[in-house]
Ligand binder design. Sequence first.
Ligand code: KE4
Length: 442
Amino acid sequence: MGAPGFSGNIDPNRRRRSQAAFARAKQLMPGGVNSPARAFGGVGGEPIFFERGDGAYLFDIDGNRYIDYIGSWGPMILGHNHPHVLQAVQSAAARGTSFGAPTLAENELAELIIEAVPSVEKVRLVNSGTEATMSALRLARGFTSRDVVIKFAGNYHGHVDSLLVAAGSSAATLGVPNSPGVTSGTTKDTLVLSYNDPAGLEATFAEHGPRIAAVIFEPVVGNMGCVAPTADFLSALRDLTVKHGALLICDEVMTGFRVAYGGAQSRLGITPDLTTLGKIVGGGLPVGAYGGRAKIMDHVLPAGKVFQAGTLSGNPLATAAGIATLKLLRDESPYAKLEQLSARLAAGLDRAATVAGIPHTVARVGSMMTLFFNPEAVTNWEVANACDVEQFSKYFWGLLVQGIYMPCSQFEALFVSAAHRAADIDATVSAAAEVLAKIARI
Ligand code: KE4
């Protein structure tokens, strides 16, 4: 099944090798992918197989080049194949890939994270964002001796059983926000509220306050598309958790080092009790992390009694990529450039959709943004879920066949990297203008 209704400079026939590879992949792996976010479930058609990335570009196995706005769903803030990161990984690999014992690189990556994120006094490295959120939740429950956790519809925190309720990202895209296999016993202590609803949060604390261990939230949501928090919501999150003795967990797996070097919490001025990280901290290799006040973190085994472990946690390759990435972000600070390029893209997409007469809004925080096919500003899952996903799918495919690789779901954010140039942004905007004009005429 090819691109619905659009032709561009990528001849659908020039996706033959991807199509053959996907047919084989489906015989080997469920849905032919190792993560549903890649399956194009939200846009139809078949995923593209890529061979390599370089800077802002991806190259597929049929030889087509794309301007990449997925960036591996966030990690590739420096662009693909950055020479310093490559060099760091290659020299680490030459010394051995995993020892299952402490290394100096773990100290170095921990120090970089603690220096960057003021609310983090101690940190534990793990292998994914999911492990980070799962562990932070267990720690919050162990520290408070309470069971109930609050999350928000449209927020995705990885495939943690107790949080796979009204989840965002591919759970929302594929319509399984509450997964089979997650037992009612697992989710009975999970309360799901509406994002940006301080009154709802206050009412829930009034009813359940003494039982609530933690509130976990995305400080800037990426997983229902890009949604920023209101000031009232942020104040309510911090005030109510303090008042009722619950912990506030800032899930910065996506926003950490993305929207600012100190994460969304430094940009928004909120100080959580625990922070979860992933994606950029591994520079494209598997690293997750959770951290916070030493008084809380020292409850984690072996300092304390809250169990968490991992064979490859802090392994030499992943920490090398993470250290190289964070040092480049700290020393070269590409955030002003990211802001300029991202503002140019957001304004261009907004203008293109307006000229085409397509009802829409554009939401952006730093170098993450979403073009929502919905004229109402998206503040929560209910509004996000009212987007015209059919139009989004046509927009996605119209750009893909022109060599522009946008996130394959209305419920994801796109990412600009430090490797993107103004020419890439302008090419994207002019292609979008053409595609959106075509959509408006259908
Ligand atoms: P991972 O387990 O995928 O490393 O991280 C889970 C996670 C936790 N918290 C937030 C805020 C996240 O965005 C994620 C993962 N993000 C999705 C994309 N929206 C990952 C893509 C995928 O699932 O393949």
